[in-house]
Design a protein around this ligand. Structure first.
Ligand SMILES: [Zn+2]
Ligand SMILES: [Zn+2]
Ligand SMILES: [Zn+2]
Length: 315
């Protein structure tokens, strides 16, 4: 700039000197032209090339690095149990993930987070397994030792067979109920030893839950008039043998020195439940069989012995 002004002053001065030398008449000074003036081209004015602001940096000139304004605010997305609070724009995080919202393990499912669905560990082991009992198979006659009717301390050795296990929704005799189904099964008792022929026999069966098979549960000799609890998918169900049990006796008679009792039983359980364990025990183990007072309970641990037959209703 200074150079250009100096050039113009020089040009003007030159013109005046020329006028003076020639004398007479008005003199118009010659215009200075770039060709005649030795001056560099003007440099361009710098315009900032500003990028967008982010939540980490303000608007910044890509050329000179000068900044304008302030960074944007983070766009925080709430933390969940897998990720901490996270900015949707820059991906920055703050804090820790939330704790999982665990649903406790049950006998069917491992512990599971109700928020993210993560599972951890294993389902709980069925309590039945902790007792070391052995299940017997469906469809096979198993030796069954129980008391005679005249004196339950005198044993009779018969056989019990559980067969034809299947599940139905309901029918005219077994009322359907939302969320439940009927486990239908046949039980055949056979007694033909001398003790049974002489004194009759007194059999008994209970059907506790395979999953919550507690041994210190009170049990009545006539279990069919009582309620019991099963556990399935973490939920307790109170079943009532008056409503949730139906028995149809097909045969109950002595034929040529052999007693045969053939029944079709049905137990109403939650849909899919596979924890019914039929437990055929020796009535001689139950104090009520000797006192005759059926309101007298006994613990399962008193009733079960090495000859007890366990059959699970599951395919
Ligand atoms: Zn700049
Ligand atoms: Zn951010
Ligand atoms: Zn979770």
């Amino acid at each position: 700039m200074k150079t250009r002004i100096a050039a113009l002053i020089f040009a003007a001065a030159l013109a005046i000197m020329v006028g003076c030398a020639s004398g007479g008449g008005p003199q118009v000074p010659e215009a200075a032209t770039p060709e005649t003036v030795d001056s560099p081209p003007p440099s361009p004015v710098h315009v900032h090339d500003l990028g967008d602001a982010t939540c980490l940096e303000p608007q910044t000139c890509k050329e000179c690095g000068e900044t304008v304004g302030v960074p944007l605010l983070h766009e925080w997305v709430d933390a969940d149990c897998l990720t901490p609070m996270t900015c949707g724009s820059c991906g920055g995080t703050e804090g820790e993930p939330l704790p999982h919202d665990w649903r406790e393990a049950n006998y069917q499912e491992p512990q599971e987070c109700l928020d993210c669905g993560e599972v951890e560990g294993e389902p709980l082991p069925a309590v039945f397994l902790s007792h070391g009992f052995t299940l017997s198979e469906l469809g096979i006659a198993h030796p069954y030792i129980t008391g005679t009717y005249a004196d339950t301390s005198v044993p009779t050795k018969g056989r019990v067979t559980v067969s034809d296990f299947h599940v139905i929704e309901g029918d005219e005799d077994r009322e359907a109920k939302e969320g439940f189904e009927w486990q239908v099964f046949r039980v055949l008792y056979e007694f033909d030893d001398d003790n049974a022929r002489r004194d009759g026999m007194w059999w008994a069966v209970m059907w506790p839950c395979y999953y919550e098979f507690s041994l210190d549960k009170d049990l009545y000799l006539d279990d069919r008039v009582h309620t019991y609890t099963i556990n399935f998918y973490g939920e307790d169900y109170l079943l009532d043998n008056e409503e949730d049990f139906v028995q149809d006796v097909l045969q109950s008679e002595w034929i040529a020195g052999k007693y045969v009792r053939d029944e079709i039983n049905a137990i109403r359980v939650p849909v899919g439940y596979d924890g019914t364990v039929l437990v055929f025990y020796n009535t001689g183990n139950h104090p009520a069989s000797r006192t005759g007072d059926l309101s007298e309970p006994a613990l399962r641990s008193e009733l079960i012995d090495n000859d007890t037959v366990f059959i699970r209703l599951a395919n």
